[in-house]
Design a binder for this molecule. Structure first.
Ligand code: HEM
Length: 507
């Protein structure tokens, strides 16, 4: 108190009077005159996911957040599975991503994330076809295994030999950046290596995501003004955009050149990347024009879809496993069952077929995704006014926001032990994987817009997880503070600082 000046005391007093006469407190947030609940949101922005969890738990699963007057920032936050099911599936057509989403994510162009109606439908149809194709699956298996063997293991061997502290989150970002870039374009940017090089493409994606998050929490007029002035996050975003456009244009022109010379399809028996598939698949384009703009948007959308989500999932998973020794021991036991009897229980890597059979590993990954969903929130805009199953009214000038992070932490959805990391909750009495409906476990979205890369992500995560857990002990550096960041992807704010030691003496 002694630190406060007179002007702060006067401001506090005016605020008190304003609230007393004109404001109200709704749940855990003050509703101010003119500015609504925006101050409460901004004050809590550094711990926004936990704040949302508290508010939604106390309000029975749905809460109306009042934005500033005339700013069209009213938002209905919900974790109610009945609402999720209704919006994502039953009344899907009334809940497009909407023009607001398009404005906020404009750097994604007209790609699948950023489109609705026919454009989305056609893009999804084609993307699904190409991802489900055997030749892409072959490429996925090869790419995932190769990256583990030639990228991840050499770095882990190096840091374990030297006894170095390493940021595992950074390592996973590098790994999934390389694999996603390879899967999407066929080119390996070589981000994951002992030298830990700076890769402008990767940095540009980080900058763009940060700016997009800011656009979620400040009124549109403010970020548009910043964009016009070319300052702050908006400046960073336009620079990032230039880098992204430049790098992607190069991938496209190189691939076209290679295809024209017959180079790109030379190793086809090992499968092919998505860019090659898009360029060679004119029979199934469903009215889409695969011109350079379409390819640019598609590549960027897939890069965003695959890179960050998978590395975030891996980071939280390895942290949870390394801090839950019983779960770690269970995974190791299960991995042993995948090793042929004639082989010694020793240093080894696992094939995709071997890890795909493992039930406990799959359940542990789902459990980690429940508590730490890489996409922590999502929003929709109602096309027409509607009433949700919870009885709440929504209209076109507001957003409906799902907090996936909060959903995994609701007692009324997951039970009293919802905050515990318990892979067993995913195992049925018969010992098989228990299916949880997607409107309850929303990490991969639900309904017609369900993630197209779920199997791609599980394949990569299992290959990496098995290689690390079987061959190394991971120890989080003492005193390292693990807490979520504030962005559109749920990363650890301070990274994941660990030491790694080998489990086997032979190499
Ligand atoms: C653990 C990893 C992943 C998680 C948690 C995840 C989660 C999600 C979520 C929540 C959405 C809905 C986003 C929205 O509509 O705003 C989504 C959509 C999508 N995901 Fe994933 N994803 C993961 C990995 C991947 C990978 C590896 C790929 C592809 C290589 C991929 C491709 C897509 C695509 C194309 C969509 C758009 C679907 C549509 O709008 O119809 N995802 N994902």
């Amino acid at each position: 108190m002694a630190m406060l000046g007179y002007h702060e005391i006067i401001i506090a007093f005016i605020c008190f009077l304003l609230l007393f006469f004109f404001g109200s407190v709704d749940g855990l947030l003050w509703n101010w005159p003119l500015i609504g609940m925006l101050p409460g949101l901004l004050v809590n922005v550094h711990r926004i996911h936990d704040k949302c969890t508290e508010i939604l738990a106390q309000s029975g699963g749905t809460f109306l957040l009042k934005g500033p007057w005339l700013a069209n920032m009213d938002m209905l936050g919900t974790v109610d599975p009945a609402n999720v099911h209704y919006i994502m599936s039953a009344n899907f057509s009334n809940y497009p991503k909407g023009p607001q989403f398009l404005k906020i994510f404009d750097f994604l162009g007209d790609g699948i994330f950023n489109s609705d109606a026919d454009s989305w439908r056609n893009q999804r149809k084609l993307a699904r076809l190409l991802i489900a194709h055997q030749r892409f699956h072959q490429f996925l298996v090869k790419t995932s295994q190769d990256k583990v063997e030639k990228g991840l293991i050499p770095v882990l061997e190096h840091v374990s030999k030297q006894g170095l502290v390493m940021d595992l989150q950074d390592l996973f970002q590098r790994l999934t950046f390389d694999t996603t870039c390879m899967l999407v374009t066929g080119y390996d940017p070589g981000c994951l290596s002992i030298e830990l090089p700076d890769v402008p493409f990767s940095k540009a994606m980080d900058d763009a995501e940060e700016a997009v998050f800011t656009r979620h929490v400040v009124p549109e007029s403010i970020w548009k003004f910043q964009k016009w002035l070319g300052i702050g996050q908006e400046k960073k975003l336009s620079e990032a955009r230039e880098t992204l456009d430049h790098v992607i244009a190069k991938f496209i022109s190189t691939k076209k050149h290679e295809l024209s010379k017959g180079i790109a399809l030379m190793g086809e028996e090992e499968g092919v990347d998505l860019l090659t598939s898009y360029l060679c698949n004119d029979e199934a384009t469903g009215g889409l024009r695969c011109d350079d703009k379409f390819l640019r948007d598609t590549i960027l959308n897939f890069m965003i879809a695959g890179r960050d989500t998978t590395s975030s999932a891996l980071t939280w998973f390895i942290w949870l496993v390394s801090t839950h020794p019983i779960v770690e021991a269970n995974i190791r036991e299960e991995l042993k069952t995948a090793i042929p009897a004639k082989e010694d229980n020793n240093r080894r890597l696992f094939s995709v077929e071997e890890v795909n059979k493992l039930v406990y590993l799959h359940c542990a990954l789902c459990e980690s995704l429940r508590l730490y969903p890489p996409v922590p929130f999502q929003h929709k805009e109602p096309h027409q006014s509607d009433v949700l199953p919870s009885g709440h009214h929504v209209h076109p000038k507001m957003k409906v926001m799902f907090s996936l992070y909060a959903m995994g932490r609701m007692k009324f959805i997951w039970g009293d032990d919802c905050l515990e990391f318990k892979p067993e909750r995913w195992i049925s009495e018969q010992g098989t994987i228990k299916h949880e409906p997607s409107y309850k476990f929303l990490a991969f979205n639900a309904g017609p817009r369900t993630c197209l890369g779920k199997e791609v992500a599980f394949t990569q995560m299992k290959a990496v997880a098995a290689a690390i857990i079987h061959n190394y002990n991971v120890q989080v550096v003492e005193g390292h503070h693990v807490t979520p960041n504030v962005s559109i992807i749920l990363y650890m704010k301070h990274g994941l600082k660990v030491r790694v030691t080998k489990r086997w003496s032979s190499s």
